[in-house]
Structures are given as structure tokens and as C-alpha cells.
Ligand binder design. Structure first.
Ligand SMILES: [Zn+2]
Length: 146
């Protein structure tokens, strides 16, 4: 069990906490997709061709969709991007990343967490942006703390 797996289990727990009926099935997902979700019936399909790491990633992605609810019509691409980013941050939590992000080894992290390297790279990029934004938001010393 990796940190990524724990995060997916935690998300599943949270989903089931406020919506007790979620159907997760392996089957045939929408064309060119590894997974899909039907909000009307709370049904998540993970494509039967997925190997275990793909299964974990796809399940996480669809659970993030589930938590966020159906996106606005006409905003599907933006919503998909947000879900992709949220999934990357979920699967690659802050605590597995080094404090110096330049020292992160995406291939090694991917193997450790059993997620794909592209997701690790996205998570590193997002984390860098978050840390830079946090650093900018921090008050400078001359603003005082008293
Ligand atoms: Zn999606």
C-alpha cells in the first residue's frame, strides 16, 4: 500500500460517507477513456483493460468527479483539467515530495507510489505553483507581526 493508495481509499471513504450508494464496476468505459461516471446512477466504470496502477488512477479520477458533482455544461474541458489536477495532488501528496522540488525524482516517485510519471510531474508542477503562491502571500518582515 502506497501513500497514493491510502489517499484513494480515504477519498472512497469520504464519498461513501455522504452518498452511501456508489457503484464501482469494471466494464467498457466511454470510447478512448479509461473510466467514466454516470451521475444519475452514481455509477463509476473503470475500463476492464486497466492494469492495477491505471485502475487506481482511474478510480481516483472518477471519485474526484463524483465529489465535485457534474460540471457546468460548456465547461467540460476546464472541469476535466481541474479534476486531473486534483487527482494528481491526491495521488502525490505533499508529504512525499522533497522540500526542494528540484531534487524530486519523478521516475522514482512514480515507482514508489505506483502511479504514472506524468501524474507525478503534474503534481510537482502544481506543488511548485502552490509553494510560490504561498511564499508571495507571506507577509514580509517589515510589515511586522505585532
Ligand atoms: Zn474525467
Amino acid at each position: 500500500m502506497t501513500a497514493a493508495h491510502s489517499a484513494v481509499l480515504r477519498l472512497l471513504f469520504d464519498c461513501l460517507d455522504h452518498q452511501t450508494d456508489v457503484v464501482i464496476r469494471r466494464g467498457v468505459a466511454a470510447p478512448n477513456e479509461l473510466g467514466d461516471i454516470e451521475f444519475g446512477t452514481n455509477t463509476i466504470t473503470v475500463d476492464r483493460t486497466c492494469d492495477f496502477p491505471q485502475f487506481v488512477h482511474t478510480l481516483a479520477h472518477e471519485l474526484v468527479h463524483f465529489e465535485r458533482g457534474p460540471g457546468d455544461i460548456g465547461d467540460e474541458r476546464a472541469e476535466e483539467q481541474r479534476v486531473t489536477e486534483e487527482t494528481a495532488r491526491l495521488l502525490v501528496p505533499d508529504e512525499v515530495l522533497p522540500s526542494i522540488l528540484e531534487a524530486a525524482k519523478p521516475d522514482r516517485l512514480a515507482a514508489e507510489l505506483q502511479v504514472d510519471e506524468a501524474t507525478v510531474r503534474l503534481a510537482i508542477t502544481l506543488t511548485r505553483q502552490e509553494r510560490e503562491a504561498a511564499a508571495r502571500a507571506e507577509p514580509t518582515t517589515d510589515e511586522g507581526t505585532a
